[in-house]
Design a protein around this ligand. Structure first.
Ligand SMILES: [Zn+2]
Length: 86
Protein backbone atom coordinates (compact mmCIF):
# COMPACT_ATOMS: atom_id res chain seq x y z
CA UNK A 1 0.00 0.00 0.00
CA UNK A 2 1.24 3.46 -0.93
CA UNK A 3 2.29 5.77 1.92
CA UNK A 4 -0.29 8.36 2.98
CA UNK A 5 0.34 11.83 4.32
CA UNK A 6 -1.65 13.09 7.26
CA UNK A 7 -1.28 16.00 9.65
CA UNK A 8 -1.62 15.42 13.39
CA UNK A 9 -4.37 17.39 15.12
CA UNK A 10 -3.43 20.24 17.45
CA UNK A 11 -3.48 17.69 20.29
CA UNK A 12 -1.31 15.26 18.29
CA UNK A 13 -4.28 13.04 17.43
CA UNK A 14 -4.32 11.03 14.22
CA UNK A 15 -7.18 9.61 12.18
CA UNK A 16 -6.07 6.57 10.24
CA UNK A 17 -7.36 6.75 6.65
CA UNK A 18 -10.43 4.56 6.13
CA UNK A 19 -8.92 2.34 3.43
CA UNK A 20 -5.86 1.66 5.62
CA UNK A 21 -8.09 0.89 8.64
CA UNK A 22 -10.33 -1.40 6.61
CA UNK A 23 -7.40 -3.28 5.09
CA UNK A 24 -5.86 -3.78 8.54
CA UNK A 25 -9.15 -4.70 10.23
CA UNK A 26 -9.12 -1.76 12.64
CA UNK A 27 -12.42 -0.40 13.91
CA UNK A 28 -13.25 2.70 15.95
CA UNK A 29 -12.88 2.21 19.70
CA UNK A 30 -10.68 -0.86 19.51
CA UNK A 31 -7.58 -1.07 21.70
CA UNK A 32 -4.21 -0.77 19.97
CA UNK A 33 -0.60 -1.18 20.99
CA UNK A 34 1.72 1.69 20.02
CA UNK A 35 5.41 0.95 19.76
CA UNK A 36 8.36 3.16 18.88
CA UNK A 37 10.59 1.55 16.27
CA UNK A 38 13.72 2.62 14.38
CA UNK A 39 11.50 3.52 11.39
CA UNK A 40 8.80 5.40 13.29
CA UNK A 41 5.71 4.46 15.27
CA UNK A 42 4.07 1.07 14.86
CA UNK A 43 0.35 0.74 15.68
CA UNK A 44 -1.15 -2.75 15.89
CA UNK A 45 -4.15 -4.50 17.38
CA UNK A 46 -3.82 -4.80 21.14
CA UNK A 47 -2.26 -8.04 22.30
CA UNK A 48 -2.83 -8.65 25.99
CA UNK A 49 0.62 -8.96 27.59
CA UNK A 50 1.33 -10.49 31.00
CA UNK A 51 2.12 -7.63 33.39
CA UNK A 52 4.47 -9.89 35.37
CA UNK A 53 6.64 -11.58 32.71
CA UNK A 54 5.71 -10.01 29.36
CA UNK A 55 4.31 -13.21 27.79
CA UNK A 56 1.60 -12.83 25.15
CA UNK A 57 0.36 -16.44 25.06
CA UNK A 58 -2.65 -17.56 27.11
CA UNK A 59 -3.11 -14.18 28.83
CA UNK A 60 -6.32 -13.37 30.71
CA UNK A 61 -7.35 -10.45 32.90
CA UNK A 62 -7.24 -11.24 36.62
CA UNK A 63 -8.40 -8.45 38.94
CA UNK A 64 -7.82 -6.04 36.05
CA UNK A 65 -4.25 -7.18 35.32
CA UNK A 66 -3.31 -9.13 32.18
CA UNK A 67 -1.78 -12.33 33.54
CA UNK A 68 -0.43 -15.40 31.74
CA UNK A 69 -1.33 -18.90 32.87
CA UNK A 70 2.16 -19.63 34.25
CA UNK A 71 2.21 -16.48 36.41
CA UNK A 72 -1.39 -17.12 37.48
CA UNK A 73 -0.37 -20.60 38.67
CA UNK A 74 2.62 -19.15 40.58
CA UNK A 75 0.40 -16.52 42.19
CA UNK A 76 -2.20 -19.18 43.02
CA UNK A 77 0.46 -21.34 44.75
CA UNK A 78 1.87 -18.34 46.63
CA UNK A 79 -1.56 -17.20 47.80
CA UNK A 80 -2.34 -20.70 49.04
CA UNK A 81 0.92 -20.74 51.01
CA UNK A 82 0.72 -17.18 52.36
CA UNK A 83 -2.89 -17.48 53.48
CA UNK A 84 -2.53 -21.14 54.42
CA UNK A 85 -5.43 -22.15 52.19
CA UNK A 86 -5.82 -25.90 51.79
ZN1 LIG B 1 3.43 -14.06 33.06
Amino acid sequence: MEAKHKRLTSKAGLTIPKDVRMAAGFTGGMAVDIEETADGILIRKHRPTCCYCGAVEDVKSIKGRDTCRRCAEEIFKEVKTVYEFI
